[in-house]
Ligand binder design. Structure first.
Ligand SMILES: [Zn+2]
Length: 192
């Protein structure tokens, strides 16, 4: 597995867990969360502190000689948050297609109650506090992590349905990947 160093803290880590940046043809720094864009890349830890340090110490200017627009912490952070959310949405959509999801608060609570192998629960940002605390308490008793992400309209869209405020995934490699991405997201968004 290739390793790269963070341009802020200099730690050398597996490339796959770092955040990649490239320079656009217009000379702007772009976040390349999917690590697919062409060109020379620069890397930071998946950590907002390293991103900020890299901007403050003008490290992007140092690694990208054609840089014409100085990046801002705010701009890069927004770009990064948007891309991680998009990645999570894509993964949840894949999970739906591969049949490892159940949705709807009642169904999820029933499945959690009979311990049917759920490993991850997603709660919408606009779920009522009463239902959220009910779901959380059952999930907690089963040792299943619960995360708040997306609104019920978007979660429903990812399920190919109307609004959905509770979605759960069966234990699967995909659920583990989504879990890891959500933890990265929370870290980046400062919610960890
Ligand atoms: Zn770092």
């Amino acid at each position: 597995m290739p390793q790269r160093s963070c341009i802020a803290c200099r730690k050398v880590l597996d490339q796959s867990i770092l955040v990649r940046y490239v320079l656009s043809p217009q000379g702007e720094v772009l976040v390349d969360y999917g690590q697919k864009l062409p060109g020379r890349g620069g890397y930071t830890c998946c950590d907002i502190t390293c991103l900020e340090t890299a901007v403050k110490r003008s490290q992007f200017k140092r690694i990208f000689t054609g840089l014409s627009v100085a990046p801002t912490c705010q701009g890069l952070k927004e770009d990064l948050v948007r891309q991680v959310r998009q990645r999570i949405a894509n993964l949840v959509g894949m999970a739906r297609k591969s049949g490892v999801v159940v949705s709807g608060s009642r169904l999820v609570m029933t499945e959690l109650g009979r311990d049917s192998g759920l490993s991850l629960v997603l709660l919408s940002e606009d779920l009522s506090a009463t239902i959220a605390s009910k779901v959380k308490s059952i999930a907690e008793s089963r040792g299943v992590p619960c995360y708040v992400i997306f609104d019920k309209g978007y979660l429903g869209q990812l399920m190919g349905k109307g609004e959905r405020s509770v979605v759960a995934l069966s234990s699967s490699p995909l659920a583990e990947t989504i879990n890891d991405e959500i933890l990265r997201y929370k870290q980046i968004a400062g919610e960890a």
